[in-house]
Design a protein around this ligand. Structure first.
Ligand code: C2E
Ligand code: MG
Ligand code: MG
Length: 558
C-alpha cells in the first residue's frame, strides 16, 4: 500500500555552493591518494629491499630520506582511505536526505499519508494497474463528523492525535493494492482495487471503517469521540475515460456521496447515485436563496394556537417560521432551518423572526403568551441571552409573556453552558419548555438537571394515541412524570376530537394541533383575536420593567 508511512526527519538540505566546495576538496583528496600510491610503489620497493637486506644479511643501510618518504606515503594512504570512507558515508546521507525531501513533498507531515499534490499521479498509476487485471477502482471519501467540535472542545493537540489515529485505523483496513491520502483538514481518501461485482465486500469494508473510526480515541487523559461519513464511487478505465479523467470523476462522485452520508445522519456510508448531483445542485441553490431571501424579508412568522384543553380558551401562540419564496411558494422550516444552521445563518434568521413576532404579539391580549423555537446552536452562543433580552427591550415586550422551546438534542450538548443560559433567561422571567419530548431519549436524570417550566409531548405520540398502544403508554408515562415533577404539559399535534377525548383522560393539559386550526399569518391571527375580543387594549408602551440587567457571558459560562 502506498501511504508514505515514514515520517519526515526534517533535515535541511545542502546548498549548491557548499556541495561545489566539497566536490573540489574531494578531487584534491583523490589526487593526493593517487600520487601517494604511485610514490608508495616507486619508493616502497627500494626502501623495503634495503630494510630486508639490512635485517637478513646485515649489509647496507636503507636510505633515511626514502624511508621517511615511505612513512609519509603510508600516512597519506591512511588519510586517503579515511576520506574515501567519509565520502561514501556522505553520499549515503545525501541520498537519504533527497529521499526524505521527496517524501516530504509527497506526504502529509502529520499522518504520513500521501498528500493532495501527489494524489493525481498515484491514483493514475493505481487506475492503470487495475486496468491491467480487468478490475475496478473503488474510491472512498472519508470525512470525520464534528471534528471541529472535538478540536474546539479538547484543543489542537488532541485534534492532531485524532487525525493520526484515524489514519492508522484506516491504514489497518486497507488491502494490498490500494492507496490512501489526506486531502486536508479531516478529509481522507482511499482508493482500492476490487473485481467487478464486489459490492458486498466493499460494503463490508465500509462498515468496518465506520466501526473502527467511531471507537473513542484516548489522548492525554481525554476521550475524543468522532465518527466518519463515507462516500463511495467506483469506475474502471476505458477508452472514453482515461486514468486522469477517471481519477477526477471518482473524486467528485465520492465527494457528492460523502455529502449525502452526512445529510442522512453521519456515521454511515453512501454509494454515489447520479440523482445526488441534482440534489447537491438543489442544495446549493437553497443555500444561496436563503442568503438572498433573508435580507429581502422572505422569512416570516406564522402562529399556531395553543389552548387550554379543559376550557378551550386560547392561551397563546407558538411562532413557526415560514419561508415565503417568490419562486417556490411557502416552505416548511423542516427544510430551511437545518440549512440555515449549517451555513451559520440560524441566529440572524431566528432573531429577525423573533423581533417580528414580538411586534405582532404586542397587539394581542397581554394574557396571551408567545412561544418561540430555539435551535441547539443558538444555545451554544454565550451572547444569546443578551441578544434575546435586547430584542425584548427594543420591542418593549414583557419577558414573562415569552416562552422558549428547546428540543431534547440540547440536553446532549454542553449541559453546563445550557443550564447557565436557561437560568439566566429564567431570571428575566422567560419560561422554558422542553419541546418534542419523548423523541430524543433524554433520561429523567437529565430532565431534572434543567429547570424546565413545561414539557411538550411530541406530536408523533399524540396523533397516534388512539391507533397505537405504545403511544398511549408513552403519554401515560409522560403525564405521571409531569405530575411527579410538577411540570405542566402541552400536547402537540391534536388532529381530531377523538384524540382530544382520549387525552383528557390522562390529566389536564394545554394543547395545540390542527383540530384548533393550522398555523396562521400575523394578520390572520389579528383577525381571529379581534373576533374573540382578544386584542390588546391600546398603548401598551412603558408598562414593563425588566427584572435586572442581563448577565454577562462570563457569568453564564461559569
Ligand atoms: P415543533 O416546534 O414541534 O412545531 C410543531 C410542528 O408541528 C409545526 O410544524 C406544526 O405546523 C406541526 N403541527 C402542529 N399541529 C399539527 C397537527 O395536528 N398535525 C401535524 N401533522 N402537524 C402539526 P412546522 O411549522 O413545519 O415546524 C416544524 C419544526 O420546525 C418545529 O417543530 C420546530 O422544531 C422547527 N421550527 C419551526 N420554526 C422554527 C424557528 O423559528 N426556529 C427554529 N430553530 N426551529 C423552528
Ligand atoms: Mg415547538
Ligand atoms: Mg414540537
Amino acid at each position: 500500500m502506498t501511504n508514505g508511512s515514514e515520517h519526515s526527519a526534517g533535515k535541511e538540505f545542502s546548498k549548491p555552493v557548499a556541495s561545489l566546495e566539497r566536490a573540489e576538496r574531494d578531487l584534491i583528496a583523490l589526487g593526493i591518494i593517487v600520487a601517494a600510491i604511485i610514490l608508495f610503489v616507486g619508493t616502497g620497493s627500494t626502501v623495503l629491499t634495503g630494510i630486508v637486506r639490512k635485517w637478513v644479511y646485515g649489509i647496507g643501510n636503507p636510505d633515511t630520506l626514502l624511508a621517511n618518504a615511505l612513512i609519509l606515503n603510508i600516512a597519506l594512504i591512511i588519510f586517503g582511505w579515511r576520506r574515501y570512507v567519509e565520502l561514501n558515508r556522505e553520499i549515503a546521507e545525501r541520498r537519504k536526505a533527497e529521499l526524505t525531501a521527496q517524501r516530504l513533498a509527497h506526504t502529509d507531515a502529520l499522518t504520513g499519508c500521501l498528500n493532495r499534490r501527489s494524489l493525481d499521479d498515484s491514483l493514475a498509476a493505481l487506475i492503470d494497474s487495475a486496468d491491467t487485471t480487468g478490475d475496478e477502482v473503488i474510491m472512498m471519501m472519508i470525512d470525520l463528523d464534528k471534528f471541529k467540535n472535538s478540536n474546539d472542545l479538547h484543543g489542537h493537540h488532541v485534534g492532531d492525535a485524532v487525525l493520526i489515529e484515524t489514519a492508522q485505523r484506516i491504514e489497518a483496513l486497507m488491502t494490498e493494492r490500494s492507496l490512501m491520502a489526506r486531502l486536508g483538514g479531516d478529509e481522507f481518501i482511499c482508493a482500492l482495487i476490487f473485481a467487478p461485482g464486489s459490492e458486498t465486500a466493499i460494503e463490508r469494508l465500509a462498515v468496518q471503517l465506520n466501526d473502527a473510526l467511531a471507537r473513542p480515541i484516548e489522548c492525554k487523559g481525554v476521550r475524543a469521540e468522532v465518527t466518519a461519513s463515507i462516500g463511495i464511487a467506483s469506475g474502471a478505465k476505458g477508452a472514453v475515460n482515461p486514468a486522469g479523467q477517471l481519477a477526477q470523476d471518482l473524486l467528485h462522485r465520492s465527494d457528492v456521496a460523502m455529502y449525502q452520508a452526512k445529510r442522512r445522519g453521519r456515521n454511515r456510508f453512501c454509494w454515489f447515485e447520479p440523482s445526488m448531483e441534482t440534489e447537491l445542485r438543489f442544495r446549493n441553490e437553497l443555500e444561496n436563496s436563503i442568503r438572498e431571501g433573508l435580507p429581502r424579508g422572505e422569512f416570516v412568522p406564522y402562529y399556531e394556537k395553543q389552548v387550554d384543553l379543559e376550557t378551550g380558551e386560547i392561551t397563546g401562540f407558538e411562532m413557526l417560521a415560514r419561508w415565503v419564496s417568490p419562486r417556490r411558494g411557502v416552505i416548511s422550516p423542516e427544510i430551511f432551518i437545518p440549512v440555515a444552521e449549517e451555513i451559520g445563518l440560524i441566529s440572524e434568521l431566528s432573531e429577525t423572526l423573533i423581533s417580528l413576532a414580538l411586534q405582532d404579539a404586542k397587539s394581542w391580549d397581554p394574557r396571551l403568551t408567545l412561544s418561540v423555537n430555539i435551535s441547539p446552536l443558538q444555545l451554544r452562543d454565550t451572547w444569546f441571552a443578551q441578544r434575546l433580552l435586547k430584542l425584548l427591550v427594543e420591542a418593549n415586550f414583557p419577558p414573562t409573556r415569552l416562552e422558549i422551546e428547546i428540543t431534547e438534542t440540547c440536553l446532549h450538548e454542553n449541559i453546563g453552558v445550557v443550564r447557565s443560559l436557561i437560568t439566566s433567561l429564567k431570571n428575566q422571567g422567560i419560561r422554558i419548555s422542553l419541546d418534542d419530548f419523548g423523541t430524543g431519549y433524554s433520561s429523567l436524570a437529565q430532565l431534572r438537571t434543567l429547570p424546565f417550566d413545561r414539557i411538550k409531548i411530541d406530536r408523533s405520540f399524540v396523533s397516534t394515541l388512539n391507533s397505537n398502544a405504545d403511544s398511549s403508554s408513552i403519554i401515560e408515562a409522560i403525564s405521571s412524570l409531569g405530575r411527579g415533577m410538577a411540570l405542566p404539559i402541552t400536547a402537540e399535534g391534536i388532529e381530531s376530537a377523538e384524540v382530544l377525548v382520549a387525552l383528557r383522560k390522562f390529566g389536564t393539559f394545554k394543547g395545540q394541533g390542527y383540530l384548533y386550526g393550522k398555523p396562521l399569518t400575523g394578520q390572520e391571527v389579528m383577525s381571529e383575536l379581534a373576533e374573540h375580543k382578544l386584542l390588546s387594549p391600546q398603548s401598551p408602551a412603558d408598562q414593563y420593567l425588566f427584572a435586572e440587567e442581563p448577565e454577562s457571558p462570563a457569568a453564564i459560562n461559569s
